[in-house]
Design a protein. Structure first.
Length: 580
């Protein structure tokens, strides 16, 4: 178990508690604080199991604060809630008055888990007051309350009546012990490798301090997972998260509703939304709406099917994958969810930015946010991920930032970090040349920076401006198609929201942008429609006309036409092709 540190100042007891037996002897009126994933709830369950095995010990009861205070004020007393909960679980009523008798005589221990999981600090403070009243009513009963340490001061229990402990991060010894238990065969093989790497790489060490993320690190290096690339934080997190996402799929129990790629996109969109809104948690209705919308767009589900699939995906992300965890309830009584570790939110938000923004947009984003500590780790992850979506993406991004960093400390510091990461052998040469000109350079604060087309090759996608112009082209294109009496019939029963999403993804790929398309192949989607070549030609004409009207350069339009010519055989009815 993690070490437990006594943080109360009004006692002379042992400072560090190192075993469950010691903790059980210290429990009377106890608050247990800890970071997300530090093992607070697991410790409580272990403590309950310990007491349940003691014939002369108190009878332990577990109370989820979220369930007890779902409505406020609570609809019942703590004693009646425990009585009702126990009857519901065991389908057998306790003898009348037994719970109160156990509480009155000191033969009961009540664990209140998750005081912080009430989204409103006011509700948490009011619930803390209910717990204090309960403690006064039953002065001999044992009480344990758990909470995240962050924010506890806003709803703290009376420090003169409750002793406060903190779950300590794993030290090196406990990391070794925990990994040994995971391997079930001591420290050998990949367990020994993980411990050795953790001991000398600070970004791994930070993840290994909590049981949850250490277990995920171990799982990411399993027999079915790729080798962990410990030197690159983004690649490390990619391997770790892929291992978690693909675990069920590798065992043949993946969902029929959604793919791993779809879950990844949902988590990316969720993280990006939380980042922009500077929030840590998202409500269940909001998360389900976002997920259902993505499923309709990506998988072309009908509304009810998308809702069912969204519920299944969210349950999987929480219960099986463990990347999302419950984070209390909001003022409307809705459950809220957060990422189980801040590193995961940062990773998914960075992946969303790297996949959905042009290099020029990312440069401007860095210039805007690099002085913000909240954004710094995210933008560094973006730099490590951008090569997955753009040719020489990291090099082009860094070169753009070099142009933006003259006289500004934020980008300059970031560029120095990037140079040390060896994204490109050219970077140090470029930095040296820039340093020679730095003395005479003026500060370019507030300047919008665009990567120069002549010095850095860009894709057609970036040249036209990225996702916004692609979306505008798709909207105008379908306006033309649906107004064409020869073509409108193909879309009479189509989900046009999903249809537009699919075309935007495909057009993005054609133009050299990020490849997020995971739908059916062209042949699979179109050949059942028996499309004649004349209709295919009209569709192509509408598309090229649309691009031209929007001011897309002629060479880009010509390249799109070339792609249309090359894939024609995958779309049209073979009996209508010339020479058939």
């Amino acid at each position: 178990m993690p070490a437990i540190e006594r943080v109360s100042t009004n006692d002379s007891g042992k400072k560090i508690i190192a075993s469950l037996a010691e903790l059980s002897q210290s429990v009377r009126r106890t608050v247990l604080l800890g970071a997300p994933g530090s093992g607070k709830t697991a410790l409580c369950h272990a403590l309950i199991n310990h007491y349940a095995r003691q014939p002369d010990g108190p009878v332990p009861f577990f109370v989820s604060v979220r369930d007890f205070a779902r409505t406020f004020p609570p609809s019942t007393s703590v004693a009646r809630f425990v009585d009702h909960m126990t009857e519901a679980i065991y389908q057998c009523p306790f003898p009348k008055g037994l719970v109160e008798k156990l509480l009155e005589t000191g033969h009961a221990l009540v664990v209140f888990d998750g005081l912080d999981e009430l989204d409103s600090p006011q509700n948490a403070a009011a619930t803390a007051n209910v717990i204090e009243l309960f403690a006064s009513e039953f002065p001999d009963a044992g009480i344990v309350v758990t909470s995240r340490e962050s924010g506890y001061g806003r709803f703290a229990l009376d420090a003169t009546k409750f002793e406060v402990f903190r779950v300590c991060p794993f030290d090196d010894g406990r990391i070794r012990e925990f990994v040994s238990k995971l391997t079930r065969s001591g420290l050998d093989g990949r367990g020994a490798e993980l411990v050795e790497r953790v001991s000398r790489q600070h970004h791994l060490r930070a993840l290994a301090e909590r049981p949850l993320t250490l277990a995920l690190l171990f799982a990411a290096g399993g027999d079915h997972a790729p080798r962990i690339p410990y030197g690159n934080v983004a690649q490390l997190l990619t391997s770790l998260i892929d291992g978690a996402l693909k675990w069920d799929e590798l065992r043949g129990i993946g969902s029929r509703y959604f793919s791993v790629s779809t879950m990844r996109s949902v988590l990316q969109s969720t993280a990006h939304q939380l980042l922009l809104q500077e929030r840590d948690a998202i409500s269940e209705p909001e998360l389900l709406r976002l997920t259902a919308s993505l499923l309709r767009e990506r998988e072309m589900f009908e509304a009810k099917e998308a809702r069912d699939a969204a519920i299944a995906l969210v349950r999987s992300a929480i219960g099986r994958v463990g990347l999302l965890v419950e984070a209390g309830v909001n003022l409307d009584g809705d459950r809220c969810y957060s990422f189980s570790h801040r590193s995961f939110l940062e990773y998914f938000a960075a992946a969303h930015i790297a996949r959905n923004r042009s290099i020029g947009d990312i440069v401007n984003l860095c210039v805007e946010h690099l002085s913000d500590p909240l954004w710094q780790p995210i933008l560094r992850l973006v730099t490590e991920l951008v090569d997955d979506n753009y040719h020489e993406g990291a090099e082009r991004l860094i070169e753009g930032l070099i142009k933006a960093s003259k006289g500004t400390s934020g980008p300059a510091e970031y560029v120095r970090w990037a140079a040390k990461r060896s994204f490109s052998r050219r970077i140090n040469t470029i930095l040296a040349a820039e340093d020679e000109r730095a003395a005479s350079s003026d500060t370019l604060e507030g300047t919008t920076v665009t990567v120069a087309e002549k010095t850095i090759p860009v894709s057609h996608y970036e040249r036209i401006g990225g996702a916004g112009p692609v979306k505008a082209a798709v909207e105008l294109f379908y306006d033309k198609v649906l107004a064409d009496p020869e073509l409108a019939g193909y879309f009479a029963d189509a989900d046009m929201v999903g249809q537009r999403r699919h075309l935007a993804l495909m057009l993005t790929v054609v133009l050299g942008g990020p490849n997020e398309y995971t739908g059916r192949s062209l042949a699979e989607a179109h050949q059942p429609l028996n499309i004649p070549v004349v209709h295919y030609a009209r569709v192509g004409q509408h598309l090229t006309t649309t691009l031209t009207e929007l001011g897309v350069p002629a060479d880009v339009v010509a390249d799109v036409q070339t792609v249309l010519d090359n894939v024609q055989d995958q779309v049209v009815d073979s009996g209508t092709c010339p020479g058939a």
